[in-house]
Design a protein around this ligand. Structure first.
Ligand SMILES: Cc1ncc(C[n+]2csc(CCOP(=O)(O)OP(=O)(O)O)c2C)c(N)n1
Ligand SMILES: [Mg+2]
Length: 922
């Protein structure tokens, strides 16, 4: 043995180690201690991976066999009512597990399965019953062992088929009867009217009925629901107990009044009601109105639920959200992923949502194979690894059982769970559609397929649970009620039922449309100087143990200085003061968006982070104030803005703001704006006070990061639906935010918010601006002593005002040109402007609208028709700004600067031109 062979540290060469190992095997003592230990360990490792032999080897295989079923058994489950039960896939075959030689009667120890000792035949039977029957659970992707074990135990305890009482069976049959009878009635009496029948998924009705009962039994007292068109009329009448008369009136096409909600098609209508459960308990149910845009409701209903949980009830346990999805929509629409991503976040979670896919295996005319790249529509839920319970909709007892599991899971783990209810669609997409054009084979099968009511009643009759007469009465009694309801509608019109909205929803559902006077009335929003200083002190009162970032120390000192003398409060601080003042008056504030805590432009700093520990210090969370939550949101627009919209509906007394990183990105939430924000009041009399903060302005950043596209919002303005503002001083911002919550009605507020103005030396407000005034829809040009002689003036909105005044200051020839700022574009302040023109500018004949946006964007097309209505003296409205363009702004900063200069110069050239003929032109 050479010396170096005995040196452990030198052994780095494989061939060399091999020769050492040979030496070791011949005589271990020929090596030094360190090598002996090394090879001892090596040999131990070898024995550890040696294949088990005999009994042990078989037990391990059986365990793997059991786990394979737990993981993949759902692939062999009997889920599709239209097809025969699928074959057991190869990877569950005994041969695949090398167990084909095992005697069926041979016993195995099954530590965590069944009775602990079972024959191989018993094991296989139990596995197939539990995992490959009418229920196919897909739950093993979870990375939480406790959940997996819990689900296994609950499902394996009764082979996923616990016994059902006769009473419950009858209830299920009754609910199936209601579902079927209503659809039949509507089909025969209102032929050709769209109703998006539930048939083929009739089990949805007993499912929801059972779910609500089960939920109330574990402490739920309120249920919030979002769903699209499929089966909605059945859910409204049989789950929310919307009276048949109300529904039939809608089919008759008469004007109806359902919680004063009008203005949308019947399968988009919401409802709210106190309902008695099967066990005789009370529960409030709220079904949100929704647009056609499939899945868009997910975000608002999540926010609505969170608002209810946070401020009305204080916990997530008592309020359960249920969302229904179409099988094509859930996998196709991106908002689903956005909202799932919110489900476990601190400021967005709702203690677990129960998702139900009404899976009719078709989307309009599109087959599943064309609708998704994954095996199941439910696979989108894998992103948060929630358990999925696939279930055959023709087996209502299996459906009832997964419902119980779902409620128990949500109650225990406070997380989302999904039921994939697999059925079919008995008719076309709607009842006027011919489905066999596109799915001839499927529809031949459907035509021959009995209804689930028929299947289940046959089963219960055979079991002796109901008689044939009883079963038939479940259908006939509903038909009778519907007949009576129709008669009553025909003869008496609608007689209002005593079914007012639940008291808890009073704030949300009580609706009164404010008239223009109310909307335009000024609101007392100022606070006293003492209060302002007290609020500032509170914000700046930071614990001595907190170490601010060195640059933040300066910011805090600057903020303190803003309160000295006459005051010079900047935008960031004005905003915090507005929030603080509302919180002090016990109005909670919720501001969320990407990087909101600091603010995209580093101007807000509502939350500071300890320079030593990284610990957050929420400057606006104070003991005696209502909560002010400034929240960094995930990178989502539709999901997050939708959530905030829902939150604002669910809690009208919280100031809710959503901030876009830059205004451009708001169009990621276009559905939310078009279908909800600007229209919800008109369609559903659903009001929201949501504030959108949309950083906007041409600053040379390029086509993106420039425009929040105010023109789109302005085009959507009508009948006082929203407010669109672009304010230019910190105090205006302060008053506007306060006005939003201090009025006794709610309207969304879309605010073009500043970027460079956040740090502009002129963009400051004095203390008196906060303590003695209120929000002004426009700002007169107070720099000019008198405007009485002016024949031309400029009007603008937003940041360009500061650029115009800067140029005016430099050039004495421009000194007489008045520049008015429109701070609120909609509702357009005709009244105030008219008064102003009469008093200050009685001779104005020409108004020059100056904007930095291209002519087809910005406010131009909106204001050009409105400005002449301010005063009879106005004969002409001129435009100065960028020319029409497909893109919002120049790509180069240099081109931007040149264009900005041109606009300013052209505006003054026009305002000071000595060309009377121009003025004469109309
Ligand atoms: C966002 C959106 N895109 C398209 C449509 C048009 N549309 C209405 S229903 C439907 C098919 C929906 O299929 P699925 O989600 O499976 O629901 P089902 O009607 O089968 O219950 C389509 C494409 C829509 N309503 N919303
Ligand atoms: Mg479908």
């Amino acid at each position: 043995m050479s010396q170096d062979k005995n040196t452990f540290a030198s052994g780095t060469n494989a061939a060399y180690i091999e020769s050492m190992y040979e030496d070791y095997r011949k005589d271990p003592s020929s090596l030094d201690d360190s090598w002996q230990k090394f090879f001892e360990g090596y040999e131990f490792g070898l024995t550890a991976v040696v294949e088990p032999t005999g009994e042990r080897r078989e037990d391990a295989k059986v365990e793997a066999y059991i786990n394979a079923y737990r993981r993949l058994g759902y692939l062999a489950a009997y889920l599709n009512p239209l097809d025969p039960k699928p074959e057991i896939p190869e990877n569950l075959h005994v041969t695949s597990h090398e167990l084909d030689h095992v005697d069926a009667n041979r016993k195995f120890l099954t530590a965590n399965f069944g009775t602990g000792e079972m024959t191989f035949a018993e094991i296989t039977k139990k596995l197939q019953e539990t995992y490959c029957g009418s229920i196919g659970p897909d739950f093993r992707d979870s990375n939480n062992v406790e959940e997996v074990v819990w689900l296994q135990q609950i499902m394996e305890a009764h082979n996923n088929k616990p016994s059902v009482s006769a009473e419950s069976k009858k209830r299920i049959l009754q609910k199936l009867g209601e579902a079927e009878a209503l659809e039949h009635f509507l089909q025969t009496r209102y032929l050709g009217q769209k109703r998006f029948s539930v048939e083929g998924l009739d089990a949805l009705i007993p499912l929801l009925d059972g779910m609500i009962d089960e939920a109330v039994n574990v402490g739920v007292h309120e249920i919030t629901m979002g769903m699209a068109h499929r089966g909605r009329l059945n859910v409204l009448t049989h789950i929310l107990k919307k009276p048949y008369e109300r529904l039939l009136l809608e089919f008759e096409g008469q004007v109806f009044n359902s919680f004063d909600i009008e203005g949308d098609v019947k399968y988009h209508m919401g409802y709210a009601h106190d309902v008695e459960t099967f066990s005789g308990k009370k529960v409030r149910i709220y079904l949100s109105p929704n647009p056609s845009h499939l899945e868009a409701i997910n975000a608002p209903i999540a926010g609505f639920t969170r608002a209810r949980q946070e401020h009305d009830e204080g916990s997530s346990e008592g309020i359960l959200p249920i969302i229904l999805h179409g099988d094509a929509a859930i996998i196709g629409q991106g908002v689903v992923a956005e909202v799932l991503n919110l489900s476990q976040l601190q400021h967005y979670g709702t203690g677990g949502t129960i998702h139900i896919i009404t899976n009719n295996q078709i989307g309009f005319t599109t087959n599943p194979s064309a609708a998704k790249s994954c095996a199941f529509s439910s696979d989108i839920s894998k992103m948060i690894r929630m358990p999925v319970l696939h279930v055959n909709a023709d087996d209502p007892e299996a459906v009832a059982w997964v419902t119980k599991i779902a409620i128990a899971y949500r109650h225990k783990f406070k997380k989302d769970i999904l039921i994939d209810l697999v059925g079919y669609r008995r008719y076309g997409h709607n009842e006027t559609d011919e489905p066999s054009f596109t799915q001839p084979i499927m529809y031949k099968k459907i035509a021959e397929h009995p209804t689930v009511f028929q299947i289940y009643s046959k089963k219960l009759i055979a079991e002796g649970v109901v008689t044939e007469e009883e079963s038939a009465s479940y259908l006939s009694s509903v038909k009778e009620l519907l007949n009576e309801a129709q008669k009553s509608v025909h003869t008496k019109g609608f007689v209002a039922h005593p079914t007012p909205a639940p008291a808890a929803f009073k704030d949300i559902l009580a609706y009164r449309k404010p008239d223009r006077n109310e909307v335009m009335a000024s609101v007392i929003t100022h606070v006293s100087e003492a209060k302002l200083k007290e609020l500032a002190q509170e914000i700046l009162n930071i614990d001595k143990t907190f170490t601010p970032h060195p640059k933040i120390i300066r910011l805090l000192e600057n903020r303190a200085k803003m309160m000295e003398g006459a005051g010079a409060v900047d935008w960031g601080f004005a905003e915090l003061l507005a929030f603080a003042s509302l919180a002090d008056q016990k109005y909670p504030v919720r501001l969320s968006g990407q990087d909101c805590k600091r603010g995209t432009f580093s101007s807000r700093h509502a939350v500071l982070f300890d320079y030593e520990t990284g610990k957050a210090n929420e400057l606006l969370q104070k003991k005696n104030w209502a909560p002010v939550n400034v929240i960094n949101s995930p990178l989502s627009e539709l999901g997050c803005m939708g959530f905030e919209f829902g939150y604002s509906v669910g809690n009208p007394n919280t100031l809710v703001l959503w901030e876009a990183q830059y205004g451009d990105f708001v169009n990621g939430a276009q559905i939310l704006m078009d279908q909800f924000l600007v229209a919800s009041e008109a369609k559903w009399q659903q009001t929201s006070g949501l504030v959108l903060l949309l950083p906007h302005g041409h600053e040379g950043a390029g086509p993106e990061h420039t425009s929040a596209r105010p023109e789109r919002f302005l085009q959507s303005c009508g009948n006082l639906n929203i407010q669109v503002c672009n304010v230019t001083t910190p105090a205006q911002m302060f008053h506007l935010l306060r006005r939003q919550i201090l009025r006794n009605f709610r309207k969304p507020l879309v605010l073009m918010s500043p970027k460079s103005l956040l740090r502009h030396p002129k963009v400051i407000s004095e203390l008196k601006d906060f303590t003695s005034t209120t929000f002004k829809e426009f700002l007169d040009d107070t720099d000019l002593k008198s405007g009485s002689k002016a024949e031309r003036l400029m009007m603008c909105t937003g940041k360009i005002y500061y650029e115009l005044t800067e140029l005016r200051e430099k050039n004495p020839d421009f000194a007489h040109v008045p520049i008015l700022r429109l701070e609120q574009l909609y509702p357009f302040p005709y009244e105030g402007l008219s008064e102003l023109f009469q008093a200050r500018y009685p001779q104005v004949r020409e108004v020059i609208w100056v904007q930095e946006e291209p002519q087809n964007m910005g406010a131009w097309t909106f204001v050009r028709a409105r400005i002449p209505r301010i005063s009879d003296t106005i004969h002409k409205v001129d435009y100065v700004g960028r020319k029409n363009s497909g893109s919002t702004a120049e790509g180069s900063a240099k081109a931007h600067t040149a264009e900005q200069k041109r606009i300013l110069e052209e505006a003054f050239a026009l305002a000071t031109a000595k060309t009377p003929q121009r003025l004469a032109r109309k």
